[in-house]
Design a protein around this ligand. Sequence first.
Ligand SMILES: [Zn+2]
Length: 62
Amino acid sequence: MLNNKYCCEKHKNKAFDDFLKEHDTFPYIEKVSSGKCNYCDDDASFVLKITKQMGPSELLDL
Ligand SMILES: [Zn+2]
């Protein structure tokens, strides 16, 4: 999906902020073992997805 944002450990806070600005909603965050960070060349640790559910993700303790 186009709205997915991949990020490494270092960039998860930035990705979270950008996601909030772009989508005006909280992302659903999943751990991933493949993919590249959208902000650097590291392997991604997380993917932020737009979710159909309203309300914050359960994984907000970033
Ligand atoms: Zn990164």
